[in-house]
Design a protein around this ligand. Structure first.
Ligand SMILES: [Zn+2]
Ligand SMILES: [Zn+2]
Length: 400
């Protein structure tokens, strides 16, 4: 729910005061993927240590995201054993060297973005965190941080690779470039969903589409990220937001958070329905949030002449989608890929949108699960059963 503004000496968006934190223990629980296709197993791993410019996060919560599924089932290659989970909130448990004047403090609650810019390459220098080659080449392909090592290992010394920060564990190490303080009045558990789902949605709307006030929007596939795109598009001034999905439950959820219309593309012709809603023209921007050839085709069928299609769903491996050449050429339409957002600029804005109630981040949390139930959560996600986001609550007691 939106928080009411109050006038007073302490601004509402002041960082939360650092709370006392216990010294990190020696060992922690982590959900480990031993090999692609095998179920996640809980293991005891040594608590990692942050290097220079990094911090140790005591993970409060971790959202279960569709892109983890591609790694779990081997459709996107990633080294194993590995700890996945890239959508986290938590409390700073320790700071590495060189972070003295950053304003970050031990005990401070923070949200973290999955896209962890190295902060030192030419792309990072010009603010393009989304293009950081070190993030792609070292972390996304090899499961490492930017000195070429993972912070995770088994007690035997065997390397355990980390997908982003490796958030499905009680503690995680990540570059300080990837976090932003969470105000004290925010829901620390629900804030986990800000670092991938809401962050990606904001990037798609603000950076990818460069949405203008009064434009019309369609969102194809309104799961975790798609639902947030509906919210962000409305918050940034979209006149009409048409949710398009094959699941009525997801459409109802989208209507509840700001979509103005809903179209079930399994039962009606989506292009015809969107044409009727928009007075025959189609939308200015269609977002695609699933990364499948058929949802690309749907999204491309919805945009007006001169319109934009913004895909943000990752495909499985080397998947390709068909594009209607003559439609695109004759109508001067554009396809604009969008990956995450600009971490160091946009994550704080996303947190602020949530704090002000412009996006409902609490309502996105559909299920809370203990770490031991991460495998079940991903199975439910793969089966299309999650309306919104399933979130691992790291403080929840293990199921017996
Ligand atoms: Zn994600
Ligand atoms: Zn970089």
């Amino acid at each position: 729910m939106p928080t009411t503004e109050t006038r007073g000496a302490a601004p509402q968006n002041a960082p939360a005061p650092a709370a006392a934190v216990q010294r990190p223990p020696r060992m922690m629980r982590a959900a480990v993927l031993a090999a692609p296709g095998s179920p996640l197993r809980i293991e005891q791993l040594p608590v990692p240590r942050p290097g220079p410019g990094e911090l140790l996060l005591k993970v409060r919560a971790c959202g279960l995201c569709h892109s983890d599924l591609h790694v779990l089932n081997g459709h996107i290659a990633f080294p194993t054993p590995a700890v996945l989970g890239h959508e986290v909130s938590g409390q700073i448990a320790a700071l590495g060297a060189g972070l003295e004047r950053t304003g970050l403090e031990v005990g401070q609650p923070v949200a973290a973005a999955f896209l962890m810019p190295c902060g030192q390459c030419p792309e990072c220098d010009r603010g393009r965190d989304d293009l950081c080659p070190n993030f792609f080449q070292l972390n996304r392909l090899r499961g490492l941080l930017y000195d070429g090592a993972s912070r995770l290992a088994r007690a035997s010394g065997e390397t355990v690779y980390q997908y982003s920060m490796g958030g499905l564990a009680e503690y995680a190490v990540l570059p300080a470039t990837s976090v932003t303080p969470l105000p004290a009045d925010m829901d620390q558990l629900a804030a986990a969903t800000l670092g991938c789902a809401a962050f990606t949605a904001y990037g798609a709307v603000r950076r990818g589409a460069d949405l203008r006030v009064g434009e019309t929007v369609a969102v194809v596939a309104t799961g975790g990220v798609g639902g947030y795109i509906c919210q962000v598009a409305r918050a940034l001034g979209a006149r009409q937001v048409v949710a398009v999905d094959v699941a009525d439950a997801k459409l109802e959820a989208a209507l509840a958070v700001g979509a103005t219309h809903a179209v079930n593309s399994a039962t009606v012709d989506a292009a015809q329905a969107v044409g009727e809603i928009t007075g025959g023209r189609g939308v200015d921007v269609a977002f695609e949030a699933l990364g499948r050839p058929e949802t690309w085709a749907t999204a491309l069928s919805l945009i007006r002449p001169g319109g934009r299609m913004v895909p943000i769903g990752l495909g499985a491996g080397q998947q390709a989608a068909a594009v209607p050449i003559n439609q695109l050429v004759r109508s001067s339409q554009r396809i604009i890929g969008s990956y995450g957002a600009l971490t160091r600029q946009d994550l704080a804005t996303v947190v602020d949108l949530a704090r002000r109630g412009a996006i409902d981040y609490r309502g996105v949390v559909a299920r809370r699960l203990p770490l031991e139930a991460a495998q079940d959560g991903y199975a439910a996600l793969a089966a299309g059963e999650i309306v919104g986001r399933a979130v691992i609550d790291m403080d929840a007691a293990p199921e017996r």
